[in-house]
Structure formats: structure tokens, C-alpha cells
Ligand binder design. Structure first.
Ligand SMILES: Nc1ncnc2c1ncn2[C@@H]1O[C@H](COP(=O)(O)OP(=O)(O)OP(=O)(O)O)[C@@H](O)[C@H]1O
Length: 351
């Protein structure tokens, strides 16, 4: 178990700044996800923690040990960092039995054979594969193969577990059940985990905290509920969950939305032009009453909710309604809209 301290870390690949001034601390025993779109630098950051990539600038410490520093020119190779890793591809060796796959990290450390036997079986029990020890990977399902990779990452009792999209090759159902398994395992072992994903549902479900990245730069570090309810900026609001963006003009105590012909009492943290973000589940529809009027364009039945597009002047808003909207409204019906909750951001450039 260990705390991971990352201070002002940057990584340049020629002209490309893959990671730009990344600073974060992952606490001992914490499960932290690095979340962001493809190419935002998540894997590069993880590979620098593991030691497969050297940081151009900055420092990384694991526990009390400085493992990488551009200042004092220190760089500890991966095998000296005592880290377990699981990647996207299962990376289990097809010519080795499940037992030998999991035992491998102990064998290269020249651990004695009795200890290898005990520790390997213990790791296989942890991932519920002890009865499969003598099978070969091609006799296992995708989920079981990924559990072999997990057991192999844990067998040497690492102080830190790094996971890079470990579930992305699995089908949706298996992915969900593996989320629980990984989380349970992490709690049981009280191990520090850094988990890289572009899947927000995965990050939300498993993490104590999420680091949201965009174009190499950290946008927000917070608990999942805070990231969803109070995104730090437009980029985070857009990436996490669904959102309607509406042009806004903030004055003291009021926000006007010219695109909708709407004005709201709202104390924005700035005055001037900005953008209002409203989640689809925070828009209420009613068939009558005072307020801004719209027309139902489309509605899709989702079983537990209805996904609706409402035309308001020239703008189309997305609404997710958990009530009986599908029966209540038809396409072309007039509705009145209201917002339960909104966030106002100052104008910023979205890249
Ligand atoms: N070895 C390399 N040489 C040059 N550029 C690289 C190298 N590795 C990564 N990059 C670039 O650095 C940026 C970040 O890549 P990285 O793989 O870290 O992103 P990511 O967020 O993990 O994306 P994905 O989810 O697609 O894996 C990208 O622009 C990528 O093209």
C-alpha cells in the first residue's frame, strides 16, 4: 500500500505535449480513476507512474520513495517500483497454464517453490479461479482471462495497482460484474489503485475520486458525485453525462437566455456572456401554465424513462423524463419548460 505523489509532471513527444503539468496525490488505499477522451494523455501518465515512460519534467513518488525526478535525474525502472499492472489486452501467455501465468512474477524474483505454490493459489482464490489453475488460457472465457491477469498483477503483493482500461475487451454484462469484482478486491486488500478509462460509468461506479483530463491537462479532481453535480467547467460538464448548453448573459441576480427567450433569477459568479449547462433530467415539462413554451419534436421510450427533444424557438433541448411522459405527450404537442437545476459558466474556449 502506498500514497502516490505526482508533482508538476509533463511529457513531451517531440512537439506533442501529451501530459501538461500534472499534479495530484493519490492517497494510501484510495481508488482513483484518470478519465478523459481518447488521446488526452491518461495512458502516458499511467506509464510514467509505472516507469515505462520517463517524465520530461516533474517528480513522482510512491510511498516514501522518489521513483522519478527530472530535477535530480532519478529514474527507477518498472521492476524496481513494486507495482502490479493490468492492461486492456489480457496479456496472458497462451502457452502457460493459469498457475504458471500467475506464478511468473514470483519465479523471476526467485521466490522458493513452496512460497510460489502458496502465494499463487492465494492470488487465484482472490479472483475465484483456484479450480482453474491447471487450465490453459484458451480454455477460459474473456472475463476469466482478465481475472488471471489481475491475479498475476496481485501475486507479488504490490503496493500499488495500475489498471489501463482492463475491461474494454469484455462484453457489457461482464464489464459490469467485473467492476464490482475489482472494487471488492480493492476494498478487501486495501490496495491503492489508479485506473485509466474513457468510460465515465466505469469511473463513476468504482472510484473514490476521479481525475478528469483533457488535452494533457487536469480539469478537475473530485468525488464522482461532485464531478457530476458540480463540474468545474464546460469541458467536464460536456464529457461527464449528458448536457444542454445554452448561451447566457449574466447580470447581477439574473441570467437571461436569449436563445430560449427566458430569464431566470440566478446569482452567477460573474457578469457578462457565458453558457448555461442543464442536464436533461433537470428540465421539467408541463402541458400548461406560465413560462417558456416549446414543442415536442421526438420522443423515445427507454423503459424507465423517456428521451425527448423539445424545440424552443431555434434551439432543440434534450429532456430525460422519468415520469409517464411517453404516454402523456405526443410529437407536436405544446409544452412549458422549467429548469430544476442549472450551472452557469463564463465563456471559455472549447478546443
Ligand atoms: N510514443 C509516443 N510517441 C509520440 N506520441 C505519443 C506517444 N505516445 C502517446 N503519444 C501521443 O500523446 C497523446 C496522449 O496519448 P495517450 O495514449 O496517453 O492518450 P490516452 O488518453 O491514453 O488515449 P487512449 O484512450 O486512446 O489510449 C496523444 O496525442 C498520442 O498520440
Amino acid at each position: 500500500m502506498a500514497e502516490v505523489k505526482i508533482e508538476s509532471v509533463s511529457k513531451l513527444f517531440g512537439e506533442v505535449k501529451a501530459v501538461d503539468n500534472f499534479t495530484a496525490t493519490v492517497r494510501d488505499g484510495e481508488f482513483v480513476s484518470i478519465l478523459g477522451p481518447s488521446g488526452c494523455g491518461k495512458t502516458t501518465m499511467l506509464r510514467m507512474i509505472a516507469g515505462f515512460e520517463k517524465a520530461s519534467l516533474g517528480e513522482i513518488s510512491i510511498g516514501d520513495q522518489l521513483v522519478s525526478s527530472s530535477k535530480v535525474k532519478k529514474f527507477l525502472p518498472p521492476e524496481k517500483r513494486n507495482i502490479g499492472m493490468v492492461f486492456q489486452s489480457y496479456a496472458v501467455w497462451p502457452h502457460m497454464s493459469v498457475f504458471d501465468n500467475v506464478a511468473y512474477p514470483l519465479k523471476i524474483r526467485r521466490v522458493n517453490s513452496q512460497e510460489i505454490q502458496e502465494k499463487t493459489m492465494k492470488a487465484l482464490e482472490l479472483v475465484h479461479l483456484d479450480q482453474y489453475a491447471q487450465r490453459f488460457p484458451n480454455q477460459l472465457s474473456g472475463g476469466q482471462q482478465q481475472r488471471v491477469a489481475l491475479a498475476r498483477a496481485l501475486v507479488a503483493e504490490p503496493r500499488l495497482l495500475l489498471l489501463d482500461e482492463p475491461l474494454s475487451n469484455l462484453d457489457a454484462k461482464l464489464r459490469e460484474s467485473m467492476r464490482f469484482e475489482i472494487k471488492e478486491l480493492q476494498k478487501k486488500l486495501a490496495i491503492t489503485v489508479i485506473y485509466v478509462t474513457h468510460d465515465q460509468a466505469e469511473a463513476m461506479a468504482m472510484s473514490d475520486r476521479i481525475i478528469v483530463m483533457h488535452a494533457g491537462v487536469i480539469q478537475q479532481v473530485d468525488e464522482p458525485t461532485v464531478i457530476y453535480e458540480n463540474p468545474a467547467n464546460q469541458i467536464v460538464a460536456d464529457f461527464i453525462g449528458l448536457v444542454n448548453f445554452i448561451e447566457a448573459d449574466a447580470t447581477e441576480g439574473r441570467v437571461s437566455l436569449p436563445e430560449l427567450g427566458m430569464e431566470l433569477a440566478y446569482e452567477a459568479p460573474f457578469t457578462g456572456k457565458g453558457v448555461v449547462a442543464v442536464r436533461p433530467e433537470h428540465i421539467q415539462l408541463s402541458s400548461s401554465g406560465a413560462g417558456v413554451k416549446g414543442t415536442i419534436l421526438h420522443r423515445l421510450y427507454l423503459g424507465d424513462a423517456t428521451d425527448i427533444r423539445v424545440q424552443v424557438k431555434d434551439k432543440v433541448l434534450r429532456v430525460i423524463d422519468k415520469g409517464n411522459s411517453y404516454q402523456k405527450y405526443s410529437e407536436g404537442d405544446a409544452v412549458v419548460i422549467d429548469f430544476d437545476k442549472l450551472i452557469v459558466f463564463p465563456n471559455e474556449k472549447l478546443s
